[in-house]
Design a protein around this ligand. Structure first.
Ligand code: AMP
Ligand code: ZN
Length: 137
């Protein structure tokens, strides 16, 4: 399969690894948004959030929290963004599930922003109901 993260996991492409266990690696992003931009990558190939099982997802976020603490204590990151893109429209460029742990420093150049869209009041209620009845727990 032509997956860059699977190739990294096989050792075919080099990476800067900061953590590894049986299920995950965490590596420095090759095109970092900031110093210490880490990617949490499960060793099994899941495309995205629609594909990954719940337990692996939970473990991935548990690891993201540990990395976030490490970025605070090692690099002095003041704040942290946790980002995770799913699908092309959402900006996913590598189709192997991963979580971005992006440290934030005062006066850094990172921009994460969307403009608010206007939605009619009735439509909001429709949207709310639709989502509510589609949440399967
Ligand atoms: P996304 O856009 O959410 O799919 O994120 C993919 C991320 O993988 C981007 O931030 C890229 O900079 C990063 N990336 C791409 N190739 C590599 C690589 N060989 N090693 C480490 N990070 C990479
Ligand atoms: Zn893969």
């Amino acid at each position: 399969m032509d997956c860059i993260f699977c190739k990294i996991l096989k050792g075919d492409i080099p990476c800067n690894k900061v953590f590894e266990d049986d299920s995950f690696i965490a590596i420095l992003d090759a095109f970092p948004g900031n110093e210490g931009h880490v990617l949490i990558i499960p060793k099994s190939h899941y495309e995205n959030i629609f594909d990954i099982d719940e337990q692996t997802l939970k473990n991935a976020y548990g690891l993201a929290q540990k990395v976030a603490f490490a970025l605070k204590s090692s690099l002095g990151a003041e704040d942290i963004n946790i980002l995770q893109n799913n699908g092309e429209l959402a900006g996913q460029t590598v189709n192997h599930f991963h979580i971005h742990v992006l440290p934030r420093y005062k006066d850094d150049k990172v921009i994460i922003k969307s403009e608010p869209v206007e939605i009619e009041k009735n439509k909001i209620e429709q949207i709310r109901q639709n989502i509510e009845k589609n949440i399967n727990i």
